[in-house]
Each structure stands twice: as structure tokens, then as C-alpha cells.
Write a protein that binds this ligand. Sequence first.
Ligand code: HEM
Ligand SMILES: *[C@@H]1O[C@H](CO)[C@@H](O)[C@H](O)[C@H]1NC(C)=O
Ligand SMILES: *[C@@H]1O[C@H](CO)[C@@H](O)[C@H](O)[C@H]1NC(C)=O
Length: 501
Amino acid sequence: MLLALFEAGSSLIDNAVEKVGDNLTSMVLVTTAFILSMGYLSKAVFKQFQPHDKELKYPPYIPSSIPFLGHAIAFGKSPIEFLENAYEKYGPVFSFTMVGKTFTYLLGSDAATLIFNSKNEELNAEDVYSRLTTPVFGKGVAYDVPNPIFLEQKKMLKTGLNISQFKQHIPMIEEETKDYLKRWGDSGEKNLFEALSELIILTASRCLHGKEIRDMLDEKVAQLYADLDGGFSHAAWLLPGWLPLPSFRRRDRAHLEIKNIFYKVIQKRRQTEEKEDDILQTLIDATYKDGRPLNDDEIAGMLIGLLLAGQHTSSTTSAWLGFFLAKDKPLQDSCYAEQKAVCGEELSPLKYDQIKDLTLLDRCLKETLRLRPPIMTMMRMARTPQKVAGYTIPPGHQVCVSPTVNHRLQDTWLQRLDFNPDRYLHENPAAGEKFAYIPFGAGRHRCIGENFAYVQIKTIWSTMLRLYEFDLVKGYFPTVNYTTMIHTPNNPIIRYKRRVH
Ligand code: HEM
Ligand SMILES: *[C@@H]1O[C@H](CO)[C@@H](O)[C@H](O)[C@H]1NC(C)=O
Ligand SMILES: *[C@@H]1O[C@H](CO)[C@@H](O)[C@H](O)[C@H]1NC(C)=O
């Protein structure tokens, strides 16, 4: 199938270390990585921070009897359970070691404030993300540039992701979805996650890259995206970049080939008189504060970033949304009734104002992002000592906040594990806490794709709900696949049946 190449596969940051033991070679590689990272860590810890001050109290440290791997196996098997147990035992701030790195989690809204309000020079994103993202997105963008520059790039993207654009996106997304679903027939069972991964990339490419690039999205280009995406791997995170691994080479080749495709489109655009009204045009016309325009390399890098930032996040979210609706048939019926109430019995082509007025579907998506936020952990490198909750976090720790844990803390959420989209209609304790609900992060690193993701997912699901009725297969609601940092559904098969109007 055209895009079956895009499996759930890769992840931004990987925790599963089971694979480490696969064979001797990888063991040697990992040991190298270990020595390198220990060298780095000890430099970071001992050079910059020597606690002469006996008053300083480090966060409680969860001991482990396994050298090097530390808690990687327990965490890899069930990260949320691990963090919740630690919260019970140690409170909102604690540290532990995995694969030679020390992680300090800040759980709950109050502790999380440290990350969201900090300066990037103190709790740094590039130090933890760049080794994964720079080979994929390229130089000159995102975590390869000083944060003030990235912030300017985010602002350019944000201007392009506006309501007048969304109004154009909705008919494109509806059309792509209808076309895609033609192959589904009247009824059957399908891997929902696989289908939505393909739909998300088709619709994202069309809306965010423009028509020319979308029209080139065939099997070959899909394979290039898959190879690039393969750059977000265990290996890329743990091992030095100069190692001649096949996956690294595939990633680098795909990077060059995709950029060459994008360059041609960008150059053609620059040469034509007539201006398109889309994001690519916005980037071509954009300038930094000092007046310098983006060059082709930066634009191409930003296009890659736009696509990949939304790929796993939106596809996982929309798959979980589908399963929550299949599990609760009365809720699914209410969502279908809402389609008819808001868009008329005829269910004519979707419009922006209607998508906005689908408030029940909106709350279902919001609740899906509460229980299954695709980014389960955000990370920063402590470059300077950080004070929080009476403790001092030393430089060299990877400081983390987990949306998943904050979204289900006992003290914050009523009936915390129930899928209840109506909870947002009532008074709820979470509303009073600034960082109790953070699927898109907060502060300087906050997501710029939230509004687009809502438009994209709501339009896809509106189209799907109008065409089909969905059921679980033999009552099976997917368990969570914790293999990667993006928590996908296990065996995500769904049953569908065409609606008769
Ligand atoms: C359901 C969909 C999405 C979710 C849940 C999501 C979540 C997040 C989160 C949690 C962050 C903060 C990361 C951190 O602080 O370390 C983030 C940042 C970001 N996201 Fe998204 N995202 C989604 C879709 C998108 C889309 C569609 C785009 C692009 C169109 C996008 C572009 C970005 C960018 C550029 C950043 C900024 C990173 C930074 O400043 O360090 N995201 N997203
Ligand atoms: C879980 O995710 C991994 C990595 O994406 C994948 O290889 C595996 O097949 C998934 N397991 C199931 C049961 O879906
Ligand atoms: C919206 O985005 C388009 C293209 O991305 C741009 O041309 C237009 O100026 C933007 N509108 C506003 C109000 O920012």
C-alpha cells in the first residue's frame, strides 16, 4: 500500500533498552556511548558545579542495583506506572538513572513551573533534542540555531497557520479523506492507526507544503520520509553520530534527496510572478527581524520540521480518539447527531465555522489529549543549578515534565481515568492549576501546531463519522504500546460499517 511505510515506528526519544542486548555489536556500541556520555556527564557535573555548600539538598534519588541501565527496564515496561509510584513514594521531584543518564522529573503543576518559566540557557532544549533533530531537519533551523532565532522561525510559521489558511485547508482535508476511504468499501476491519498515519501525512503535506509538493508524494517520496523519520531512533539518541550505521546513512541520504525536491519547488515559486496564498509562500516572503530573508535551505528544513512535528503526534491522537468513540457508542451517536445539527441533515461540505462549532467533538479530542497525550515527556538539560521544591538540581541532569502524569494526578482530576469529555463543562480542580493540562507544552517551547492539529483531526473525524459507524473488535480496547516515547495503541484494529442516511 502506498504509505504503509509509515508505521508507528520511530519515536522522538526512546526508552526501550530491551533491544540493547540484541547482539554483541550493539552491546559494544552502547558501551562506547556509555563511556562517552559518562565522560560528558562527569565533565558537566564536576567542572561546573562543585557543591561546597553543605546546605544544598539534591532531589531524592531512586537507587538501582543495575549498573548503567539503572531503571531503564522498569521504566521501559511501564513508564507511567513507574512515575506514579515514584510520586507516591518520593513526592513531585525525584531523580533516577537510565542508560547512564540521570533524569529528574518534575511532576504536577507546581513543580512543572520550573521548566516552563525557565530561560533556555539554563534548562536547555538543544542539548537534549539536537542530536536527533539536526540530522533530520538539517542545519540552520530548530534546535541547530540559538533559541532566539528558532523563536523567530516559529513566529513565521505561526503567522502562516492562521484562520484564513484553515478555511482553505478544510476542503482539502475532506477531499483527501474521502478519496482515501474509497478503498475501505462498505464494511470491514482495518488497522486504524496505520490508516490515520497515512491520512495525516497526505493532508499535512497538502496543507503545509502546498500543492506542488503534495502532488509529488508517491511511494518513492513516502519511503524518503520514512527513512528520514527512522532518524528518530534508539541508536541516534544513544550512539555517536559518526558511526557508519545503515539507518544513519539512509537518514542522511533521504535528507539530501528530500531537500533537493523542495529546492526545485522553492526556486520555481521564487521565479513565478503570481503569488500563491499558502505557508510555503509565507516562508518565501518572510524575513528575520534584521531584514534577512530565509534561504532555500532554511525553508526546506522548516518544511521537513512542519511535517514530522505533526506526524506521530496527530496520527496517534486521532487513532486513540477513534477507539474512545468506538468504545462509547452513545457518545459516538451524539457526535454523529452533532454533525447533523451543526452541518445540516444534508451533511454538505465542511466549513471552518462548522468545524469550530462541533463542540462535543472538540471536547472528545481534548479529553483524548488528556488521557493519551502523544508526547509523554518533555526534556531539558540543566546547564546551571536549579532550585525547586527545596531541592537543588545539579547541572547535567535531564529535567523532565510528563503531560501524561500531570493529566491524571489524583489530587487534580476527578474520576481521573474515565474518558469524560463533559468534565470541561463543569467546575474542575484542574482548571485552577496552570500546568495540569499541557498536551502542547507551555512557555517558550510551546507548540505552534495546536490549532492546525485541531482543524486537521476534527475534519478527518467529521468525514469519517459521516461515512461510517465504528465498533471495537470483540470489545477489545487497545492497550498502550510503551515501546517508544509516543504511546501508540497495541493491535489497533477497528470495525467499520457504512452509514445509511
Ligand atoms: C496533536 C498534535 C500535537 C501535539 C500533541 C504536539 C505537542 C507538542 C509539545 C508537547 C511541544 C513542546 C515540546 C517541548 O516543550 O519540549 C510541541 C512543540 C512544537 N510543536 Fe507540536 N504538537 C502537535 C502537533 C504539531 C504540529 C501539527 C506542528 C506543526 C505544524 C507542530 C510543531 C511544533 C513546533 C514547531 C514546536 C516547538 C518546539 C520548540 O519550540 O522547542 N506540532 N508540540
Ligand atoms: C509496538 O510498537 C513497536 C514500535 O513502534 C512496534 O514495532 C510493535 O509492533 C508495536 N506492537 C504492537 C503489538 O502493535
Ligand atoms: C495568513 O497566512 C497567509 C499565508 O500563510 C498570509 O499570506 C496572510 O498574510 C496571513 N494572514 C494574517 C492575518 O496573518
